[in-house]
Design a protein around this ligand. Structure first.
Ligand SMILES: *[C@@H]1O[C@H](CO)[C@@H](O)[C@H](O)[C@H]1NC(C)=O
Ligand SMILES: *[C@@H]1O[C@H](CO)[C@@H](O)[C@H](O)[C@H]1NC(C)=O
Ligand SMILES: *[C@@H]1O[C@H](CO)[C@@H](O)[C@H](O)[C@H]1NC(C)=O
Ligand SMILES: *[C@@H]1O[C@H](CO)[C@@H](O)[C@H](O)[C@H]1NC(C)=O
Ligand SMILES: *[C@@H]1O[C@H](CO)[C@@H](O)[C@H](O)[C@H]1NC(C)=O
Ligand SMILES: *[C@@H]1O[C@H](CO)[C@@H](O)[C@H](O)[C@H]1NC(C)=O
Ligand SMILES: [Zn+2]
Length: 665
């Protein structure tokens, strides 16, 4: 272990990643010998790599078997790794990197975070595991409306299956309410304390608040503008889809339930959150008399198994000359929900064990097409892990989180084309423009529907972390933002003192941002355009399948190998020849659908957009004193004095959790 000990150093904390290596004011001179820094980084890679590996193993054991004993093992392993990381960060800050190579500078720049003091670190850690536990183990119970027998349902699979069915308004309403009340109300106080502690930690590290910290992962201070500029471009397409879906819900549920000028009820959109709308395909399909492009019925008819879904997914990657999953993947992963009575976290995740050879997926897979796409998605994370496994530890990460999320979506997209599904015998549909429209709508339900959803999940949290929303108004303000941007409303009244509905989704209570999913949707279409070109595809992009193209595989692998060794713009340039995130590839892909939806909505006389009922939630501008009160509650000290000194001690770091780029879709 690196033995350098730092007594007290004051850091000039700043806000951009590249200037994160701090300048010291204490007596000793900083070390400007790059060979020393390289030797230190080598030692760090070996030693910390081993500790992180132990930590990930403990986490895996816990999340696939939720017991107190396993939770304690995670805390112990996290404590050991955290202490090492703290010390390594201290050592990293003893270097003057001015004349170092870019590569060494960048590796060191990832080693500069400070954690809370011991008691608060531990508290935060406990809050996070309590929240994960509540989310993972909650069961909604009721007496069966037909039999009167008490029945209890987990989120996965029962509630998810229930939400996926179309048509039963009352069941959905019950499930939505049971879940949001049951989980959200328990999470609310824990979540508020989490926000406070995360803000404090962010400020210790020189950020304005935790939202600022999240945004700066994109190596820019302009994230708020960037996402709004992107959204403005796709909003017209979303609004056409929204109006079209509202008409279909109206046809299904009737005028008592659906207002043709109003927002959509959040519980009728095919999942617990209204995030993905794919399960509405059966009512939304543009040409129902023509074949559907959803192969779920055929998968069931052919007795597809979960194992076969993963083998097929893996084969898609290898057909392009990309890496196969290791042999150990097959016996160490958890691909189905265990039936031995263990409680497990089910949310589909892909795991890097940071030893260069152990990569696993945890997923409670069902034999339906939506999960088949998720299989490709998770395998995309695994592919990224494998491609950058040779990189030093601090570069074993995506160019940014959006890139990590885009890879598997990109593959799932080609896999889902009618051309490909015809080829592997899961569809048998003719080449027909109406079928193409069926396909494009199906794609849009999986992507376009998510754009305002993912955007508001984070723009709202950014405001909340900043202390812009008073405590009493949190939940109403969340729904006001949803109503304004997404055009969705809660199906029943919410209690501002008890509810905090945003917490009742995996990513929020497990401390993940969601803007990565917003960004990845744009990246996905940008990457698709280039890989299709490499594969020699001609014609509309929605017909492109780059399966079997090693030229496309090689181009992708080149970019994946970079990991986080370069700013994401460099990775973008390596693959696409230009450096920006762009909306045009997505818009071009969907242009035929947009035109069709527009004509259809005109034909039906549908209103584009939505009126927000006056009794409902409007965005308010809050009085300054209310904001101040909230900022105090959230521990946000206005940045007046110089930042607080960094006190380095061995302690358990709550943030030691390695970046598991693991969350589904
Ligand atoms: C779950 O963890 C407990 C320890 O808390 C262990 O005794 C048990 O064998 C584990 N179950 C499985 C199936 O691994
Ligand atoms: C970096 O290099 C410049 C030019 O050679 C030199 O003047 C300067 O002292 C060096 N700085 C450090 C910290 O070594
Ligand atoms: C209620 O019980 C019936 C009869 O056992 C069963 O078919 C049904 O799936 C149960 N659940 C619901 C939601 O009705
Ligand atoms: C699927 O399984 C059923 C029941 O085992 C069997 O009758 C049927 O032939 C199988 N179908 C195929 C395509 O293998
Ligand atoms: C998993 O598979 C690998 C390679 O086939 C084998 O070496 C290993 O012993 C297996 N591990 C377990 C836990 O079954
Ligand atoms: C993929 O390539 C292999 C070998 O070149 C070929 O046999 C197979 O037909 C191709 N499959 C598709 C779907 O193009
Ligand atoms: Zn993912």
């Amino acid at each position: 272990m690196a033995a350098t000990s730092i007594l007290l150093s004051v850091a000039l904390l700043c806000c951009s990643l590249t200037s994160a290596i701090s300048v010291k004011f204490h007596g000793g001179r900083l070390n400007s010998n790059e060979d020393d820094a390289i030797a230190f980084l080598n030692e760090y890679n070996t030693e910390y790599g081993a500790l992180v590996n132990q930590y990930v193993i403990a986490s895996w054991n816990y999340e696939t078997n939720l017991t107190d004993e396993n939770a304690n093992a995670v805390a112990v392993a996290g404590g050991v790794a955290g202490a090492y990381y703290e010390e390594a960060s201290a050592t990293a800050s003893t270097f003057d990197t001015t004349n170092f190579s870019e590569d060494t500078k960048r590796q060191l720049s990832y080693l500069d975070s400070v954690s809370l003091e011991a008691a608060e670190s531990e508290e935060l850690y406990n809050i996070l595991s309590d929240m994960a536990n509540i989310y993972g183990t909650y069961q909604a119970c009721r007496s069966n409306p037909m039999t009167g027998v008490k029945e209890c349902m987990y989120l996965e699979p029962e509630l998810t299956e229930l939400m996926a069915q179309v048509g039963n308004y009352e069941d959905h309403l019950w499930a939505w309410q049971a879940w949001h009340n049951g989980v959200g109300r328990q999470l609310r106080p824990l979540y508020l304390r989490y926000v406070e502690l995360k803000n404090k930690e962010a400020q210790l590290n020189g950020y304005a608040d935790y939202g600022d910290q999240w945004r700066q992962k994109y190596e820019t201070t302009e994230m708020e503008t960037i996402v709004q500029d992107l959204y403005v471009q796709v909003e017209p397409l979303y609004k056409q889809l929204h109006a079209y879906i509202r008409r279909k819900l109206y046809d299904t549920y009737g005028p008592d339930k659906i207002d043709l000028r109003g927002p959509l009820p959040a519980h009728l959109l095919g999942d617990m959150w209204g995030r993905f709308w794919v399960n509405l395909n059966s009512i939304a399909i543009p040409f129902p008399e023509k074949p559907s492009t959803d192969p779920s019925p055929e998968m069931i008819r052919q007795n597809y198994t979960v194992e076969r879904m993963f083998q097929t997914g893996n084969q898609f990657y290898t057909s392009m000359g990309l890496l196969p999953v290791p042999d150990t993947f097959w016996n160490l992963s958890m691909l189905e929900k265990p039936t031995d009575g263990r409680e497990v976290a089910c949310h589909a995740t892909a795991w890097d064990f940071y030893d260069g050879k152990d990569f696993r997926i945890r997923m409670c897979t069902k034999v339906v097409f939506e999960d088949f796409q998720t299989v490709h998605h998770e395998l995309g994370h695994i592919q990224y892990y494998m491609q950058y496994a040779f990189q030093p530890l601090n570069f074993r990460d995506g160019a940014n989180d959006g890139f990590h999320e885009a890879v598997g979506e990109l593959m799932a997209m080609s896999f889902s084309t009618t051309k490909h599904l015809n080829a592997i015998g899961l569809l048998n549909v003719p080449d027909d423009p109406d079928v193409d429209m069926n396909f494009l709508l199906f794609q849009a339900l999986n992507t376009i529907s998510t754009l305002p959803f993912h955007l508001t999940q984070d723009t709202w949290r950014w405001s909340m972390f900043r202390g812009d929303i008073p405590l009493e108004e949190l939940n109403d303000n969340y729904w006001a933002e949803k109503a304004r941007v997404v055009g969705v409303a809660p199906p029943v009244g919410r209690d501002p003192a008890l509810d905090l509905d945003i917490t009742a989704i995996y990513h929020v209570c497990n401390d993940f941002d969601m803007i990565r999913y917003f960004m990845r949707t744009f990246y996905q279409y940008q990457f698709n355009e280039v890989l299709c070109q490499a594969a020699g595809h001609t014609g509309p992009l929605y017909k492109c399948d780059f399966y079997n193209s090693t030229a496309a595989g090689d181009a992708l692998a080149e970019m994946l190998k970079l990991g986080a060794s370069k700013p994401w713009q460099d990775a973008m340039e390596a693959l696409t020849g230009q450096r920006d995130i762009l909306a045009t590839p997505l818009l071009n892909y969907f242009e035929p659908l947009r035109a069709w939806l527009e004509a259809e909505n005109i034909k039906n006389g549908d209103y584009i957009g939505w009126d927000i009922p006056p009794k409902q939630l409007v965005n308010k501008e809050f009085a300054p004193h209310l904001k101040e009160k909230m900022q105090q509650k959230l521990g946000l000290s206005p940045a007046r004095e110089s930042p607080s000194p960094r006190l380095r001690k061995n302690r358990m770091s709550s943030d030691i959790r390695p970046a598991l780029h693991n969350v589904r879709l």
